[in-house]
Design a binder for this molecule. Structure first.
Ligand SMILES: Nc1nc2ncc(COP(=O)(O)OP(=O)(O)O)nc2c(=O)[nH]1
Length: 280
């Protein structure tokens, strides 16, 4: 049984169905991203990668100019913008939903001015200026949980009850956005896999995907090539974690995830098509 859901995101009204999530292809214009650092670190290579992800079937493109991997140092605003601007300027002309992955309100403001549709904030719009930028726009939002900050979040992540604490945090953020005039129909929640979580925390949150999916907003799942996949498979290199990432993607789809944020669009989409034919 498929149920329809909607996400109002800038120029687009995106719909997904249970078992048929949208795919968000990742374009990291960074020298140090954990899985593809340096591979798409120029305007031309980032645009070429975006084209490839679209040709593989991506529904959304997520563009990041600052790595948030564990241990990452932050990037200065103008340096991050210098990476993002030429790529975003091109991509907003493609009539495809464009997301910018940033924690900085000023970057969000400039991206909205260029015509970007989605603000993907791993800092969950805890910056008041970011809330204002979002509220003054029609952009969609991804609100993600992170314990600590990228530089040190994986040192000793601890929770009394990770699912309750993450759920409560996301509910509180949704409430802040609602009070600022941003309805839940514009927001996706994201448990933030690997952002201040160990393997047990990540697995507990993954098993709660259907609960998150049942909230007022849909849920975005981002585990592609991440350390948790490496820990479960023994695959050291992120490039060798595609099969494990696809397995996690199928599980999330079955639990009703709205969006899967992935590096490997073709592999994920092919697996979803076969799996959907068998579960329908
Ligand atoms: N909403 C959301 N955004 C995210 N942005 C970056 C990363 C980190 O992964 P990646 O972009 O592959 O690496 P890096 O941060 O090193 O560029 N993960 C998420 C995530 O899980 N959810």
């Amino acid at each position: 049984m498929l149920t329809q859901n909607q996400w109002k995101a800038g120029r687009f009204e995106l719909t997904w169905q249970t078992q048929k999530p949208l795919l968000m292809g990742i374009v990291n214009i960074t020298p140090d991203s954990f899985s593809d650092g340096g591979k798409h670190n120029s305007t031309s290579s980032a645009i070429a990668h975006a084209q490839r992800l679209l040709s593989e079937g991506a529904d959304i493109l997520d563009i990041g100019g600052e790595s948030t991997r564990p241990g990452a140092e932050s990037v200065a605003l103008e340096a991050e913008w210098a990476r993002l601007k030429p790529v975003l300027q091109e991509l907003v002309r493609w009539n495809v939903p464009v997301s910018v992955d940033t924690m900085k309100a000023e970057i969000m403001r400039r991206a909205i001015e260029l015509g970007v549709d989605i603000l993907n904030d791993v800092y969950a719009f805890r910056d008041k200026d970011a809330v204002q930028v979002l509220a003054e726009s029609q952009a969609g939002a991804v609100v993600m949980h992170m314990q600590g900050e990228p530089r040190s979040m994986q040192n000793r992540p601890e929770y009394d009850d990770v699912c309750t604490e993450v759920s409560d945090f996301l509910a509180a953020r949704l409430n802040v956005l609602a009070h600022a005039g941003v309805p839940s129909s514009r927001v996706l929640l994201d448990p933030g896999f690997g952002f201040g979580k160990n393997l047990q925390h990540n697995l507990a949150l993954m098993k709660r995907t259907s609960w998150f999916a049942g909230q007022a907003s849909g849920v975005l799942i981002g585990v592609s090539r991440k350390r948790m996949i490496g820990e479960l498979t023994g695959q050291e290199s992120p490039a060798d974690r595609v099969s494990g990432s696809v397995a996690a993607a199928l599980y999330a789809a079955g639990q009703g995830a709205a969006v899967l944020r992935v590096h490997d669009v073709r592999a994920t989409l092919d697996a979803l098509k076969v799996w959907q034919a068998l579960v329908d």
